[in-house]
Design a binder for this molecule. Structure first.
Ligand SMILES: [Zn+2]
Length: 317
């Protein structure tokens, strides 16, 4: 990530977030301000994804994509940011795809492809800058926890996305430590993702409808034993997730996002209670004040698309 003054001298960027149900694009100025946003439904299959990404890029740039400096794309699955190649995107029926190269050839401008959770981390960190007294998103360590269809984290250290040796840095969803030992599709048992993700909560609280987390918190607050038990499982797993991230990286901000966090403030209260319980028996933990570092990602902001655009800079240092 470049400094604010460096960015002011750059041309606009296009950021595109390819999700399971929608593709969202933004036109972003050099200082990270969103000028224009467009959204279309996602179509499955490699050819459709390339076609739709190019079409939405042209659309959001007012038909003049060559006036922008670069396109950043955030997409789930295994992403090689060096080559723009993606793999194993099961939800979109894609085994492998040279997404970056194909879109760059078609539009005639540089393209950077990033994992969607990493992109969301960059976008959310940009929007939350200043909420903890910092002046710049490139300052220190920021972690984003995505409680969505799966559970994963994005890690930014001094403005640079940390991918690790094989791109698996932050893949915390498949750490198998949940004591309930539910089977995970990955082959292990007790992965944090089995209880600490949208589908995980829906399985524990099937009566909860499309927003199981909110419904679960409401019923637990009314003292229903089944709800209290299910919430206890989720709460404990979230506590573990936060401790793993916080004690390994010691980030200044821990940003929470994903469908499971739509509940907002009531979920944050549940998490704070869990952390307080843990801190009450451990002065070491209490001294680290993890609860003070928690933030909900800004709701209704296209953090994935914004972050995909800004990630063009975030990988360049
Ligand atoms: Zn697993």
């Amino acid at each position: 990530m470049t400094t604010q003054s460096e960015r002011n001298n750059t041309r606009p960027l296009i950021g595109i977030d390819v999700g399971g149900t929608k593709i969202e694009a933004v036109l972003v100025t050099g200082d990270g301000t969103i000028e224009h946003a467009v959204r279309i439904p996602t179509r499955r299959g490699a050819a459709h994804v390339v076609e739709d990404v190019c079409a939405i890029a042209r659309d959001v740039a007012g038909g003049r994509p060559r006036d922008v400096a670069a396109v950043g794309i955030g997409i789930p699955g295994q992403v090689d940011p060096g080559t723009g190649r993606i793999a194993n995107l099961v939800n979109l029926d894609i085994e492998t795809l040279e997404l970056g190269r194909l879109v760059a050839d078609e539009l005639g401008i540089p393209v950077h492809v990033e994992n969607d959770v990493n992109a969301a981390a960059v976008g959310a960190a940009h929007l939350l800058t200043g909420t903890d007294g910092t002046a710049d998103a490139s300052d220190g360590t920021v972690a984003l926890l995505n409680f969505g269809t799966g559970l994963a984290s994005g890690i930014i250290i001094d403005g640079v996305i940390r991918h690790g040796a094989s791109g698996a840095a932050g893949e915390i969803g498949h750490i198998p430590i949940d004591p309930n030992r539910f089977d995970c599709p990955c082959g292990q048992r007790g992965c944090l993702e089995t209880v600490c993700s949208g589908p995980g909560v829906a399985r524990l609280w099937p009566a909860g409808g499309h927003d199981a987390m909110t419904d679960l918190i409401i019923h637990a607050a009314q003292g229903e034993p089944d709800a209290c038990r299910a919430l206890g499982i989720v709460r404990h797993a979230i506590g573990d997730v936060i401790q793993i991230i916080a004690q390994t990286l010691d980030p200044r901000l821990i940003i929470l996002t994903g469908g499971m966090t739509r509940t907002g403030e009531p979920l944050l209260r549940v998490i704070r209670e869990e952390l307080e319980t843990r801190e009450s028996v451990c002065p070491f933990l209490a001294g680290l004040r993890f609860a003070d570092r928690l933030r909900l990602a800004p709701a209704n902001e296209p953090i994935g698309a914004l972050g995909a655009a800004l990630a063009v800079y975030a990988r360049s240092r």
